[in-house]
Design a protein around this ligand. Structure first.
Ligand code: IPD
Ligand code: CA
Ligand code: CA
Length: 266
């Protein structure tokens, strides 16, 4: 499968950062038994991964802007291009030795995401997509699942937790979704959740309170795999509203209706 020079730059950066995370992930599993736990160690792993990605991308395209979760925004002299990077998505999983985490890199051109790479070094799964070039897992072409009704579907979500999100609102959404689907899953890494929609592993996904770096690469994967994505109200203001609903066209529409149902009176 021929990748563009730009996508190759993104892949090399993700693989290099993934190698660093793999080494640290092995150490984290040893640190689980330490009283202090591996929190500080994981923060260092996160920062190290972002520096690797930053340095690789900026070496290749020094004029582009850079938005990283850990380091924030760096304006580039080329105002039309910006990298959007989450060097370690699924931090809590990583901290607990759960092999569901990824490096996520997206390229934004004139406000549109045109390429994305999501790499899970623990499973050696490299998800890539480029506008008009399709979506791939390693070298296999991806299509979203073809299920047509929610009752056949497994739907991913992002459950809030201590100190994060609107618990009451999520519980209402979850109550509605549970009653309509074959299964609900909460994997703990939003970038990979979106990649799983693109790969047809889950039929749909919804989550609120996300940032651009959580979603950018996954969105182009889904669209290049024939899927649909919007914010919680069905608009394209996904980054502004920090929410996403995704699936094939039919499931996206049905899921959007279900999660927006009012609080049951019964
Ligand atoms: C988090 C993960 C998680 C999602 C959180 C994100 P992080 O990213 O994507 O699945 O529910 O909202 O913040 O913090 O591990 O990079
Ligand atoms: Ca994240
Ligand atoms: Ca992160």
């Amino acid at each position: 499968m021929a990748r563009s020079a730009l996508l190759n730059v993104m892949v090399q950066a993700a693989l290099k950062a993934g190698k660093s995370l793999s080494r640290d992930f092995g150490e984290v599993q040893n640190l689980q038994v330490s009283v202090k736990g591996p929190s500080d160690f994981v923060s260092q792993a996160d920062l190290k991964a972002e520096k690797i990605v930053h340095d690789e991308l900026m070496k290749a395209r020094p004029t582009y802007g850079f938005l990283g979760e850990e380091g924030g925004e760096e304006k580039g002299t080329d105002g039309s291009h910006r990298w959007i990077v989450d060097p370690l998505d699924g931090t809590t999983n990583f901290l607990h030795g759960i092999p569901q985490f990824a490096v996520s890199i997206a390229l934004e051109r004139n406000g549109e995401i045109v390429a994305g790479v999501i790499f899970n070094p623990a499973t050696d799964e490299l998800f890539t997509a480029e506008k008009g070039g399709g979506a791939f897992l390693n070298d296999r072409r991806l299509r979203v699942a073809a299920r047509r009704v929610l009752s056949d579907c497994v739907i991913g979500c992002g459950a809030p937790h201590l100190g994060r999100g609107n618990h009451g609102k999520f519980l209402v959404e979850l109550r509605h979704v549970m009653g309509e689907v074959a299964g609900v899953r909460r994997f703990g890494a939003a970038a990979l959740d979106l990649a799983y929609v693109a790969a047809g592993r889950i039929d749909g996904f919804w989550e609120t309170d996300l940032s651009a770096w959580d979603m950018a690469a996954g969105l182009i994967l889904i669209r290049e795999a024939g899927g649909f994505a919007s914010d919680m109200k069905g608009s394209n203001d996904i980054f502004d509203h920090g929410s996403v609903v995704a699936g094939n066209e039919l499931i996206h529409k049905q899921l959007l209706e279900v999660i927006n149902r009012p609080i049951p009176t019964a």
